[in-house]
Write a new protein. Structure first.
Length: 739
């Protein structure tokens, strides 16, 4: 059952009008305040230019650049919010009858690709289950296992074996029901051909079948284990909601049989049986590219997807050669592996879940007239609701607010591909495919892997070739949020790494096609998306570190930010969170400044050296992830600086910067104590120091990152003795929820 909640959680016309009016008011206040601030700081700049002091000119110029970049971000948010409201207000979800016309004729083949690397078994299970129960007449699901085929530890071997086994387990679970409904459809069409089909009897038979489907889902939900809040959503939205819909349909069919409901035509009956036959029928397999020498082994999600997409539509045999096992194109008679071609793909992260009408709604939208060049359609994912930890809930709230922003981007024709759950037209990928060579073997890059934000760069490749991208205005997909600070560090550092590398490609697109062909609002939102983490983090850091005292005394400065924070708090409340979470999100963003700047630094290093940054996968585990010392010491140092500098500023009469420093210091103190934790900080710093000392004793260089790099042998023993898994997670930090 689809959620009809608009992107901002607003449901009635009066609320839409009120929220649109508030957004327009905020835009007006922000722009007026920005103009008035410009008068203040611009006048000071003119005075300093006349005075000829180079340092004073530079100081004022830097302050103006920082503040107006932050104002730029505020305006982007408000424009995106306005666009989201306008789109949600106009959105009318297609009726079930319109969606189910896909069953009347052969629908395009859909393949769901689930890239997976060392995931927990239950995480993959949730994702595969949601994909398998997703309604669509012709689909297959492929789990792309990226674990090493030669595990180095017993734990890795067990994880690989479990991942390999999951497709077969799920297929076996669904097979009896799928076969029963397929046989029921075959018998119906045989009766119809033989002229013994009777409308009333068929309605009763269909109702019984739908009751059976509902009963199976309800019983499965009753017996499903509950490990955390993500299970609650799967049970409620993926199992119980469809079961309720099947019950409703069974009741409608019985009313039709008794003449109290809508009469079903022969075409309606055909469609019902076709739909019934495919409710639980799907082809679920797995594929491991690293088992074949001549496929890409590049350690990132993009090449995991590219390796399989490059095989689609082909037949292959396995040939053992001197350097290992190869997949070689062959004839149908000799084929060991046949990979079906698919017109449509869904790339689905192994920590995500789709509601059951995801494919029907998005494919219906994609096939509308005039959308022949629509390459990617998606519903930007929402966070699994109900997180218990404070940090996970806050990170989830930022995800849900970003959903609103992305909806507004589509209004501005500035949609970016968000790869966690995108529906993609294969023909579009073929147009942006780039041949290459890896380890001497030919590879094809359909999705760019030049940066670790592969979907963002591929968005630019698509729009350069005349394709479009679209965000559907409902919440139909959910994804896991990092449950602890260590996992969040890895995710947000990756998000900050790549935007500056992609920026020149975007600027060439904007400037190279002649301005009339690129709408100003598209350039407005796309450019900020790529530069926001770098510019915003560096700007706020400089405002904290340097006393821009005179400029900060302007009355208009806080007024440029107030509308943004007010709307953000309102959107958090409308999305199911507390409006006071806006203060906690601010604290979280301060905490993440070193993380974002580290990601930006990786981008700059790659730009200068040409060496790609290794892909840092976000740990999806139930236990705590180790945090590198840098990301603990940097905010602690900034916290100390804020409080010390606030006193120094006060002593020298810089009361505005003193207040600003104390304000940010208080928020950083909250973040370190409540979002990271004093005990956890102490444990991680102690472990980092011990590991560093042991590495020095053994005359080995310290690990680049304890979360992602090999740990020296003695340090590994120490980690395990303290409750850490080798590779980062700490079991002792909180109660494990793994099965």
């Amino acid at each position: 059952m689809t959620s009809t909640r608009p992107a901002t959680g607003i449901s009635c016309e009066s609320r839409f009008r009120r929220e649109i009016a508030l957004t327009l008011l905020a835009l007006g206040v922000t722009m007026v305040a920005a103009v008035m601030l410009g008068s203040d700081v611009g006048g000071t700049l003119r005075d300093r230019i006349r005075g000829g002091g180079a340092w004073g000119i530079a100081e004022q110029g830097i302050f103006i650049a920082i503040v107006y970049f932050l104002i730029y971000g505020n305006l982007v948010y408000q424009v995106a919010r306005l666009g989201s409201l306008v789109r949600s207000r106009a959105h009318r979800p297609a009726s079930r009858e319109a969606l189910e016309r896909l069953y009347d004729a052969p629908a395009p083949w859909l393949t769901v690709l689930v890239p997976s690397y060392r995931e927990e078994e239950r995480v993959i299970w949730q994702t595969l289950l949601s994909a398998a129960l997703m309604e669509y007449p012709r689909k297959s699901i492929v789990l792309l296992i990226d674990d090493s085929p030669n595990p180095s530890t017993p734990e890795a071997a067990r994880g690989l074996a479990a991942a390999r086994d999951l497709p077969q387990r799920l297929s076996a679970l669904l097979a009896p029901l799928a076969k029963g409904f397929t046989d029921a459809g075959d018998r119906y069409f045989a009766r119809k051909e033989g002229g013994t089909c009777e409308n009333v009897a068929e309605c009763h038979a269909l109702a019984a079948h739908y009751d059976e489907a509902a009963r199976w889902l309800e019983e499965f939900a009753d017996g499903a284990p509950r490990f955390d809040h993500s299970d609650d959503l799967v049970i409620a939205r993926i199992l119980r909601d469809p079961a309720a819909l099947h019950r409703e349909r069974a009741a409608e069919l019985r009313r039709s049989a008794t003449g109290t409901g809508r009469s079903l035509s022969p075409a309606d009956l055909d469609r019902e049986y076709r739909r019934l036959a495919t409710l639980f029928r799907t082809d679920i397999t797995s594929f491991e590219r690293k088992g074949y020498t001549n496929l890409s082994h590049e350690a990132n999600k993009a090449m995991n997807l590219n390796a399989y997409i490059g095989l689609m539509g082909g037949r292959f045999k396995k040939v053992r050669q001197a350097d290992g096992l190869h997949l070689v194109p062959t004839t149908e008679a000799e084929a060991d592996l046949e990979v079906p071609a698919a017109e449509l793909l869904i790339t689905l992260d192994a920590d995500s879940a789709l509601l059951n009408d995801y494919a029907l709604r998005l494919i219906h939208e994609m096939r509308k007239p005039g959308r022949e060049r629509l390459a990617v359609i998606q519903t930007p994912y929402s966070a699994f609701p109900g997180a218990t930890s404070r940090l996970e809930r806050l990170a989830g709230s930022t995800t849900d607010v970003q959903h609103i922003v992305h909806q507004g981007f589509t209004w501005c024709a500035g949609t970016y591909w968000v790869g966690a759950n995108a529906l993609i037209r294969r023909a579009a990928l073929d147009e942006i495919a780039v041949p290459g060579v890896e380890r001497g073997y030919p590879v094809i890059r359909f999705i760019q892997d030049r940066t670790v934000i592969e979907d963002t760069e591929s968005s630019i490749d698509l729009i350069e070739r005349g394709w479009s991208l679209y965000n559907y205005p409902n919440r139909l997909a959910y994804s896991a949020t990092p449950p602890d600070f260590g996992a969040l560090v890895i995710q947000r550092r990756r998000w900050a790494n790549g935007g500056l590398i992609i920026l020149p490609k975007l600027l060439r697109h904007i400037l190279g096609r002649a301005l009339p062909f690129v709408r100003p609002q598209e350039a407005f939102v796309r450019t900020h998306y790529l530069t926001s983490l770098a510019g915003g983090s560096l700007g706020v850091l400089l405002l904290i570190l340097y006393p821009f005292e005179e400029a900060m005394r302007s009355f208009w400065l806080p007024l440029t930010a107030l509308p943004y924070f007010a709307l953000y708090a309102r959107d958090q409340a409308l999305s199911g969170y507390s409006w006071t979470d806006v203060f906690r999100v601010y604290a979280l963003n301060l905490l993440l400044i070193p993380v974002h700047l580290a990601g930006v630094g990786m981008s700059l290093r790659q730009a200068m050296t040409g060496r790609k940054t290794p892909f840092g996968r976000t740990p999806k585990i139930a236990s705590r992830t180790f945090v590198q010392a840098l990301y603990l010491l940097a905010p602690i140092g900034l916290l100390v600086y804020c409080f010390v500098n606030s006193i120094v500023d006060l002593f020298f009469g810089r009361w505005a910067h003193s207040a600003f420093a104390a304000f940010n210091g208080a928020f950083l103190a909250y973040a370190m104590t409540h979002l990271v934790g004093i005990k956890e900080t102490r444990e991680d710093l102690r472990l980092a120091w011990t590991s560093l000392r042991r590495a020095a004793t053994e005359r080995r260089p310290p690990p680049r990152t304890l979360a992602e790099s090999p740990i020296p042998t003695r340090a590994s023993i120490l980690l395990r003795s303290r409750g850490f898994r080798e590779g980062a997670p700490q079991k002792a930090a909180r109660k494990s929820r793994s099965p």
